[in-house]
Design a protein around this ligand. Structure first.
Ligand SMILES: NC(=O)c1ccc[n+]([C@@H]2O[C@H](COP(=O)([O-])OP(=O)(O)OC[C@H]3O[C@@H](n4cnc5c(N)ncnc54)[C@H](O)[C@@H]3O)[C@@H](O)[C@H]2O)c1
Length: 281
């Protein structure tokens, strides 16, 4: 049987070992991901706005402000010079910002999160995708969204739309890059124990945890595990997908307690017996 895309079978790597993977954003999710990729034998380059994070990681990398389109081209180009065209790109860099209400938040404040979270992802995706297409070996792009992209969140008028835009852009890009066997997927984390949310007031943290059926925040390495599956050459038929990793939070959405029908008022707490003819007793 011939391959629909000849590139897919001709030049695809057998594993991540020896493959160049660029991780953008070295925070609570980016750093464990980058380390786990190194452990798997990948050649990892990292980028962050914060040079201190790059130095502290001990990984090879370059400072990059993802909002600067020219810099994204230049920095990704330099990483390609040093380590070859990337097999994969992961874009974790983002800001959560302050709570933003629709009627009181300035357009300037809304623009900051759109520029970092949405356009920043676009800038880096495009810069890396051009090298993947030119190399002709296929590739993997994983962008970062959030459960906040789904439905409305009070105070989420800046962050949530920026993440919804990442999801939509990623699916459009997936269609464009399919003919080059470059897959584009999104990981959509729930609350993960990283500096991004650790500064919340204790009461807000407790409320947030109570909405998670698995009863705790996620951990950076747990997100990294799912992302590595998407980066694997064998994940060749997964593209345009949004992979929720949230301890069950979205599955429970819409329920006041978020965990069990037994917590809802006016529902029987014990199962009723059902006769063989299907009549409830
Ligand atoms: N932590 C959570 O609970 C959570 C939940 C859902 C989604 N997310 C998303 O997951 C991703 C990773 O989150 P995290 O918890 O690791 O965040 P983090 O705050 O720990 O790390 C974010 C990193 O992005 C970098 N960064 C910020 N602005 C940048 C810019 N302009 N250019 C380059 N780098 C920049 C920061 O320096 C930092 O190292 C983000 O996209 C975030 O929105 C996080």
């Amino acid at each position: 049987m011939s391959a629909a895309n000849p590139m897919e079978e001709a030049a695809m790597p057998a594993s991540l070992a020896g493959e160049h993977v660029i991780v953008v954003g070295l925070g609570g999710m980016g750093l464990p991901l980058a380390r786990s990729l190194v452990a798997e034998g990948a050649v990892v380059s990292v980028c962050d706005l914060d040079s201190g994070r790059i130095e502290a990681s001990g990984l090879t990398g370059a400072v990059l402000d993802v909002t600067d389109e020219d810099a994204a081209e230049r920095v990704i180009g330099a990483l390609v010079e040093a380590s070859g065209p990337p097999w994969a790109l992961c874009v974790t860099a983002a800001l959560v910002g302050r709570p933003a209400d629709a009627l009181t938040t300035s357009s300037a404040d809304l623009r900051v999160l759109m520029e970092v979270n949405y356009l920043g992802t676009v800038n880096v995706d495009r810069a890396a995708a051009r090298h993947m297409v030119a190399a002709g070996r296929g590739g993997r792009i994983v962008n970062w969204s959030s459960v906040n992209a789904v439905g409305g969140t009070r105070g989420g008028c800046a962050y949530a739309p920026s993440k919804a835009a990442v999801e939509s852009f990623s699916q459009c890009l997936a269609l464009e890059l399919a003919e080059y066997a470059v897959t584009v997927n999104v990981v959509r984390p729930g609350s993960v124990d990283t500096p991004m949310i650790n500064d919340l007031p204790e009461e807000a943290k407790a409320r947030d945890r109570a909405r998670i059926p698995l009863g705790r925040w996620g951990r950076g390495p747990e997100i990294a595990h799912v992302v590595r599956m998407l980066l694997d050459p064998a994940a060749a038929w997964v593209t345009g997908s949004i992979v929720t990793v949230d301890g069950g939070m979205l599955a429970a959405a819409g329920r006041p307690s978020g965990t069990s029908a037994r917590d809802l008022p006016n529902l029987p707490t014990e199962p009723r017996s059902v006769s063989t003819r299907g009549e409830r007793s």
